[in-house]
Write a protein that binds this ligand. Structure first.
Ligand code: NAD
Length: 291
């Protein structure tokens, strides 16, 4: 049994911390929104009421927070309370530059650190089948591996500090593009009065098949259960997808890359969020008309 600090117990952190607790690890949890503990207490997650209570009692501390500004603030507070060799693991999706700063901060205090953003969404978090894309040292990765294996079914050490986040932003750029492309195929199918069950049966096993259709079908009542069956309640919100696309496009701009399709897809998500639909699942883009 390991003592683990878990900060950020929202849509993703809730399931991830629950799975660790159910595998007999002792979880000290902290979230600014105390309401999250109402559902977590029955899974033996111990509620800490301030960040200073997440201290060197914990061998490993995981953060699962909304963005880089919040993660940096939380890590800054944490670092004061930790003894050397404590392992800090950030599973949030944030920018590569902030991530590198976090690793440097940890190194200066003789702490181990990993960036380990995830893929698989709330469904993967719930059933313990996340993929972790990891950046950092082998020593830190090997220490975290038993916990990755509980929360996910795949973890890959992608390279040095920041490589996990860099891999994640490539993945989400592609996911936003495939979901948007799928939206166009669905609009075309509807315009041709196609039977959508048959459309799904064919495309999910043909060359057009993709994770967005096969695992997260945005067509209500068709394919596996998904946010489309629940009025597009997230899941993974459009607001968060806009954040991820912004990270990808800004990294591309820094490398003098012009990602034409990505820029168009980002514009559509921005319009959706500006129209107060950012709380809907990112797959709701298939029904959005940005004309
Ligand atoms: P969420 O908003 O549901 O959860 C974030 C939690 O952090 C909230 O409970 C919030 O109260 C808490 N929080 C905010 N500021 C805090 C602070 N200063 N101290 C302590 N707690 C604080 O978000 P989520 O959907 O769980 O996503 C978390 C991260 O995982 C994000 O970076 C997101 O991009 C990434 N992610 C999400 C999904 C998904 O499907 N939801 C998939 C992959 C990656």
């Amino acid at each position: 049994m390991k003592k683990v600090g878990f900060i950020g117990l929202g849509n993703m952190g809730f399931f991830m911390s629950r799975n660790l607790s159910q595998a007999n690890h002792l979880i000290n949890g902290y979230d600014v929104n105390e309401d999250v503990f109402a559902k977590l207490k029955k899974y033996n997650i111990i509620q800490k009421t301030c960040i200073n209570e997440i201290n060197d009692d914990n061998e490993i501390i995981i953060t699962m927070l909304p963005n880089g500004t919040v993660v940096e603030k939380v890590w800054n507070s944490l670092l004061k309370n930790l003894k050397s060799n404590t392992l800090l693991v950030d599973c949030s999706t944030i920018d590569v530059e902030t991530t590198k700063r976090l690793h440097n901060m940890a190194k200066s205090k003789n702490l181990l650190s990993l960036d380990a953003p995830v893929s698989g969404g709330t469904i993967g978090a719930d059933n313990g089948s996340l993929t972790f894309m990891v950046g950092g040292t082998e020593e830190a990765y090997n220490k975290m591996l038993p916990l990755f294996e509980i929360m996910g079914n795949k973890s890959i050490l992608c390279g040095k500090a920041g490589s996990g986040q860099a891999t994640k932003m490539c993945n989400n750029l592609l996911l936003a593009i495939t979901m948007s492309g799928l939206g166009e195929a669905i609009k075309l199918a509807n315009s041709q009065s196609l039977d959508m069950n048959k459309f799904y049966n064919v495309l999910s096993t043909s060359t057009g098949s993709c994770w967005a259709l096969n695992n997260y079908s945005p067509i209500k009542g068709i394919g596996p259960s998904s946010p489309a069956d629940n009025d597009f309640k997230p899941g993974f919100s459009s607001q968060l997808m806009l954040k991820d696309l912004s990270l990808a496009l800004s990294a591309a701009a820094h490398s003098n890359l012009d990602l034409e399709i990505g820029k168009k897809v980002l514009k559509n998500y921005k319009s959706l969020v500006d129209n107060k639909k950012g709380d809907l699942d990112f797959s709701s883009i298939v029904n959005y008309d940005n004309s």
